[in-house]
Design a protein. Structure first.
Length: 294
């Protein structure tokens, strides 16, 4: 999975630390911005990107059904990249058995409209497992969570606590989190107001037990390394704007204005170098090559 998920990832905890470092606000006391303001700056930065950043993941919850050519995809699946079906082939080593193999399919089309995401197949394939590689927009991360109870290395359901007035349903499964700066988990479902169903040991990490109150930090994945650069600078620009607007903090308006413009310029340069996401793939039929007409 690690090789599929693009250039890399960062946790919300690490991203916030880098934002505070960029605006020289890393001390443990007398901070100029609250944690909520930093969270808001990250939301603002990702929102202003307008879907320019995305990551690649694999979806394996769809199976072909005999006689069906029209399937429903999750709305978060912005663009299907490849579709493979599992099939059996003769086992050359034994000459008598069979082995599983994945065949990439070419004859399909994704049709995505608001509230509707469909996959149309040109052929009626036999019933079987399907593996879809897709692109998804970088989602807005919820705040850092904490374990409300200890977990074992094999637990697939974890209980968490959420600070303040944040809502657990802001998480949009599938979503990735890191426990105690170590193991990365994948949230596959929200089964109760404070319970998450998870897949363990994601992105090359190892499943491990964890104690109560360990931090569970959102993992932000992106195919482009410029994502972190953009978010840090866009968030820093927004934070300086907050100081300019709030005259009660006694800030240096001229200095904050200069800093805001500099961070804005850096963010715009990072965003300008990022191309828009390609449109969903259109139906393409496999055809044999023909020579050019003379």
């Amino acid at each position: 999975m690690a090789e599929v998920l693009g250039a890399g990832f960062t946790t919300l905890t690490d991203l916030i630390h880098r934002i505070r470092t960029a605006v020289h606000d890393v001390g443990s006391t007398n901070r100029r911005w609250t944690d909520d303001e930093i969270y808001l700056s990250v939301y603002q930065a990702i929102g202003e990107a307008g879907g320019r950043f995305f990551y690649t993941d694999i979806y394996e919850d769809l199976d072909f059904v005999d006689g069906d050519v029209d399937y429903t995809l999750p709305n978060y699946m912005e663009r299907v990249v490849t579709i493979e079906r599992e099939r059996t082939i003769p086992d050359i080593a034994t000459t008598t058995g069979t082995t599983l193999d994945w065949e990439e399919l070419k004859n399909w089309r994704q049709i995505k409209t608001p509230g509707n995401n469909r996959l149309l197949m040109l052929h009626d394939y036999p019933a079987g497992n399907v593996r879809i590689t897709y692109e998804r927009e970088v989602s807005f991360p919820i705040v850092d969570l904490k374990l409300s109870a200890a977990i074992t290395s094999g637990a697939t359901s974890i209980s968490i606590t959420i600070p303040g007035t944040y809502n657990i349903y802001e998480i949009e499964p599938p979503a990735y989190f890191q426990i105690n700066n170590a193991e990365i988990i994948k949230v596959t479902a929200i089964t109760a107001p404070a319970t998450l169903t998870v897949s363990r040991a994601q992105l090359g990490t190892t499943a491990a037990s964890a104690a109560i109150n360990h931090v569970v930090s959102p993992v932000i994945i992106e195919n482009d390394d410029r994502f972190a650069t953009y978010v840090i600078n866009a968030a820093a620009a927004y934070l300086n704007l907050l100081l300019i607007q709030d005259t009660n903090r006694g800030s240096d308006v001229a200095g904050n204005l200069t800093a805001m413009r500099e961070f804005q310029s850096r963010a715009e340069k990072a965003l300008a170098r990022r191309k828009s996401r390609p449109k969903p793939r259109r139906m393409v039929s496999e055809r044999s090559r023909r020579g050019k007409r003379l």
